[in-house]
Design a protein around this ligand. Structure first.
Ligand SMILES: [Zn+2]
Length: 475
């Protein structure tokens, strides 16, 4: 069996992944706060953990993984957005949850096994807060309930920040009723007309951190195998989840902590509203970029490394997928593909998607080369050799498809891929190259003509010179 090693943020090293129960592997990833459209940075964790989920299902069995991704549907930003539109918060949250699932679906991100909603788990949160008051880790003050950070001597183990940095990080919530500046809100009062629930501490609503602790315990268990999310969640969100859960349950929250790196815009700029460079997934799709191209681009860097988003990254991803789909055209669609061990090994080594993509690229190249050669043999009348090469190409393409399934790539047929905008694009590209080659031949620059022919051949496009000029055959 392929060994899976994951970089555990808590241990600061790669560890061999061993689930507590291989028949019931549990993974929780902090999901969206549903009040606006997802940008491409939001899509990175969704795609990364979708690949990890596919790998875990491959390794432990299709039904062995319980993957939970929560939906934060009560939050000050949601209340603000609802007020601005003069609608109930549920109008905002339902609308943007639907958009989120649509956008992520276009990127090939499957729905998680369960998607617990904060508003459906208020009772569990109230019970958890009450327990934390009992254990002496939380206190009521001024209609709020706060977690008292100095009551937890292990607080800060994940991010290993010093106290000054933690106080600075918690500053947004500094208030006179706090016993300690690092204390954070578990429950806060809701004024008249604002969404709220009855509680032992009056009508109010939960803080953000408590929802994950409560929903993990309710839906997955006190200690889960993998907890994931973006690097930006380590502090304070995950640090606070850890403290709440451990203090209430006396057990660690997660056995492995997995965090994905940031996405920045080309030119080293952080994507931000104030810079006006926020790229929405929905906009990219509307511009005609296929979701699978965006997915490929998101997987082109290792998940822990920063990823620089640019137009050229999209273009490169598209060109590579075009080559792969030309290779895919050689195989019988109905045959069940098996994932090559090289791709499994790459993904097993802390989800090394760049290496997995390069292994698949090698297979695509080999399949395309065989296909090209087969066409040459066909032309010269050697049907047997042509068939042998075609079969070999198909076998290689099947392996490529098996590996691509693990990454959620090559999800449609080649003909679907090249349909419409796709085939118009390839027609235009190839026509330009054929014209350039004809011009080179006319000026007797045969080296250049051969170079163009070889370039196209590498992409699986065969040129045939006939009495009426050059025709080409591709995927
Ligand atoms: Zn969370």
């Amino acid at each position: 069996m392929t060994e899976l090693r994951l970089y555990d943020t808590m241990a600061r090293e790669k560890r061999v992944f061993e689930p507590a129960d291989p028949a019931r592997v549990t993974m929780y990833v902090c999901g969206p706060t549903v009040y606006n459209r997802a940008h491409i940075g939001n899509a990175r964790p969704a795609v990364v953990f979708d690949v990890l989920a596919r790998l875990l299902r491959h390794l432990y069995g299709e039904n062995s993984l319980i993957y939970a991704r929560n939906v934060t549907d009560v939050d000050d930003k949601i209340i603000e957005a609802a007020r601005a539109e003069g609608v109930d918060p549920s109008v905002i949250t339902e609308r943007y949850e639907e958009y989120y699932n649509e956008d992520m679906g276009a990127l090939g991100v499957g729905l998680p096994t369960i998607a617990p909603h904060a508003t459906h788990n208020i009772r569990e949160m109230i019970a958890l807060i009450a327990r934390l008051i009992e254990t002496g880790n939380a206190y009521e003050a001024d209609g709020h309930v706060l977690f008292h950070v100095p009551s937890d001597s292990d607080y800060g183990a994940l991010g290993r920040r010093d106290r000054e940095a933690m106080i600075a990080g918690a500053r947004v919530e500094v208030a006179s009723y706090k016993k300690d500046p690092a204390d954070f809100v578990l429950w806060k009062p809701s004024s008249e007309g604002v969404i709220g629930w009855e509680s032992p501490w009056g009508r109010g609503r939960p803080g953000w951190h408590i929802e994950c602790s409560a929903m993990i315990a309710a839906h997955l268990g006190e200690t889960i195998d993998i907890h994931g999310g973006g690097l930006d969640l380590i502090f304070p969100h995950h640090e606070n989840e850890i403290a709440q859960s451990r203090c209430a349950n006396g057990a660690p929250l997660a056995r492995y902590w997995v965090h994905n790196g940031f996405l920045s815009m080309a030119g080293d700029e952080k994507m931000s509203k104030s810079l006006g460079n926020v790229v929405l997934v929905g906009e990219l799709l509307e511009q005609g970029h296929k979701g699978e191209i965006l997915r490929f681009a998101l997987l082109s860097a290792h998940y822990r490394q920063p990823l620089e988003w640019s137009e050229s990254l999209i273009a490169q991803s598209r060109a590579t997928l075009d080559r792969w789909y030309r290779a895919k055209a050689t195989m019988e669609e109905l045959l069940e593909p098996a994932a090559p061990q090289s791709v499994l090994n790459a993904l097993g080594n802390d989800l090394n998607t760049p290496l997995a993509l390069s292994e698949l690229g090698d297979l695509a190249k080999k399949a395309n080369q065989d296909r090209l050669l087969a066409a040459e043999f066909e032309k010269s009348g050697n049907a047997n050799e042509a068939q042998r090469l075609k079969d070999r190409a198909a076998g290689i393409a099947r392996q490529m498809q098996g590996g691509a399934n693990l990454l959620g790539l090559l999800s449609v047929s080649s003909s679907t891929w090249f349909q419409g905008e796709g085939s118009a694009r390839i027609d235009k590209y190839v026509t330009e190259r054929v014209d350039a080659r004809t011009a080179a031949k006319k000026r007797r620059d045969f080296a250049e003509a051969d170079r163009i022919r070889a370039e196209l051949a590498a992409e699986g496009i065969v040129l045939e010179d006939g009495p009426d000029g050059t025709i080409w055959r591709g995927a």
